[in-house]
Write a protein that binds this ligand. Structure first.
Ligand code: S3P
Length: 172
């Protein structure tokens, strides 16, 4: 199993606040794999925060940055990739992710998500919409896309990072 793991990347997907960044960091440490934080990578490349990219260039431009990052990733192996929450929205991205490695979908209840993101000012899609019903609706509208992309699903609600990683490694 170790060999097959190292031949591929591990990509984490899921809604904002699902735990992609936290789990990626821990996982890359446990497996001694390099990490790529997609949002951070895009921010660095564009010289702007995600919020600024949305405000200045618009969402479509940002979505193109995400697709381009996945294309860059084709050259890479044994990386843990924390994808932005909207990456699976494009069919083309789903294909690129599947070709790149194992896709792990982290889920949580809308209430748990709300609790984790409620103080965030850096998520333009939740700006002015920071409430459970909005989160629940957006999650529902994306469910099918996440589902289609995922090889593995893990519910993170109420779980410690250690047990999430343990479950993930068992399922890989
Ligand atoms: C987005 C999720 C964000 C970020 C952007 C859009 C989305 O990433 O890419 O604000 O469409 O779900 P996180 O999931 O890391 O918050």
């Amino acid at each position: 199993q170790a060999k097959t793991l190292f031949d591929k990347n591990i990509l984490l997907i899921g809604f904002m606040g699902a735990g992609k960044s936290t789990v990626s960091a821990k996982l890359s440490e446990l497996l001694a794999m390099e990490i790529m934080e997609m949002d951070a990578h895009i921010q660095e490349k564009e010289g702007m925060s995600i919020k600024e990219i949305f405000a200045v260039n618009g969402e479509e431009y940002f979505r193109n940055c995400e697709s381009n990052t996945l294309i860059e990733l084709r050259e890479k192996k044994h990386m843990v990739v924390s994808c932005g929450g909207g990456v699976p929205l494009r069919e083309k991205n789903v294909e690129l992710m599947k070709n790149s490695g194992y896709v792990v979908w982290l889920t949580a209840t809308p209430e748990a998500i709300y609790d984790r993101v409620k103080d965030s000012t850096e998520r333009p899609l939740l700006n002015g919409n920071m409430n459970v019903p909005f989160i629940q609706n957006l999650m529902e509208s994306r469910r099918e896309k996440y589902e289609r992309a995922a090889d593995i699903v893990i519910d993170t609600t109420g779980k410690e990072i250690e047990s999430i990683c343990e479950e993930l490694l068992q399922k890989l």
